[in-house]
Design a protein around this ligand. Structure first.
Ligand code: MLT
Length: 325
């Protein structure tokens, strides 16, 4: 028994190219935290807030790298191919689980490609429109888009992005098919909504709170059960009579499969410190979210969440039949 544990640890260290001593002194150089969408978007905002505290905790720079493309799956594929030595991580949201079904030709096996650092946060979503969108309220918006759905431009970050999923749920709930416009992230999509190049976007509060508060976009409805405390004037879709339009976006940090446990545990400790950092908690709250309870910021909790969400979304997405490839 003892021998097999030692053999397994030895095998993991061999795969990662780290000796036991190296794993103990990890990290000795900067660590990359990839994110699968554009700079300035909601995932980027979360990553940069965490990276600040994790840098202090690890004693090495945590560098955020935006690896965009294919609804986030390029970054996941890059992670799967990375050396499992702890120097490359990925912050991704629930799109990493939905893309396991949406993309039928992934270059990695979603069930076995990753190791897990921990869950981070769950972020609410809402529907925003260009600042000069004529509808005075949600009822008028629904009436307008039902009249001529094909002329309405709905921005998203491509299949696998939560803006895409949220937009799909919205269209299903309303019974329309809008014209979708894909971006490499909702950061640039939001810029185009603010500039009135596109009409609508379903985004996370971490991307939408500031533009809504600054009145740079109009907010018509939240995709939540209750109103969002930082945006108290925006009614939920449900209270305005639209059922079936609710989505909360969970996030986690991933590693390539085969990362030695001592390395993963150091990254997990840094994540947990970041999630308790008063500045992170305050900034998250200002953006309409909160860190997960610490019992969920564990490798086991994220693995369970990730795998159960793949299983949850698979039949629904297969039924919808909207695959990315
Ligand atoms: C982003 O960070 O740009 C968003 O999370 C993309 C998305 O809608 O999934």
């Amino acid at each position: 028994m003892k021998f097999s544990v030692i053999a397994a640890l030895g095998a993991a260290l061999f795969v990662s190219g780290l000796s036991g001593a190296q794993a103990q002194t990890f990290p000795t150089r900067p660590v990359t935290l990839m994110i699968p969408f554009s700079a300035g978007g909601p995932t980027d905002v979360i990553a940069r807030l965490l990276a600040e505290t994790m840098t202090r905790e690890l004693g090495q720079q945590v560098l955020v790298e935006n690896v965009t493309g294919a609804g986030g799956t390029l970054a996941s594929a890059r992670l799967a191919q990375s050396k499992p030595d702890g120097y490359t991580m990925l912050l991704h949201h629930m799109g990493i689980a939905t893309s396991a079904t949406l993309y039928r030709n992934l270059s990695y096996d979603p069930q076995t490609a990753f190791d897990y650092v921990g869950e981070v946060t769950t972020v609410p979503m809402l529907l925003v429109a260009r600042p000069d969108y004529p509808a005075k309220d949600f009822a008028e918006l629904l009436a307008t888009i039902r009249k001529d759905p094909g002329s309405v431009l709905l921005a998203n970050a491509g299949p696998g992005a939560v803006s895409h999923l949220c937009g799909m749920l919205f269209q299903q709930a309303v019974g329309v098919q809008l014209t979708t416009v894909p971006y490499p992230g909702t950061g640039p999509a939001m810029t185009d909504v603010m500039g009135s190049q596109v009409d609508l976007l379903c985004d996370q509060t971490t991307g939408a709170t500031n533009p809504v508060q600054a009145k740079a976009v109009k907010a018509y409805a939240t995709a939540t059960e209750e109103r969002i405390p930082v945006l108290p004037d925006v009614p939920t879709a449900k209270e305005q009579g639209l059922e079936g339009f609710e989505v909360g976006v969970w996030h986690g940090i991933y590693l390539p499969a085969g990362t030695p446990a001592p390395v993963r545990d150091k990254l997990n400790a840094a994540l947990r410190t970041a999630l308790e950092d008063p500045n992170v908690v305050k900034r998250f709250a200002e953006l309409g979210t909160a860190p997960v309870p610490l019992e969920d910021a564990t490798p086991a909790a994220l693995e369970a969440k990730y795998k159960s969400e793949i299983a949850f979304w698979r039949p629904l997405l297969e039924k919808a039949g909207q695959f990315a490839n």
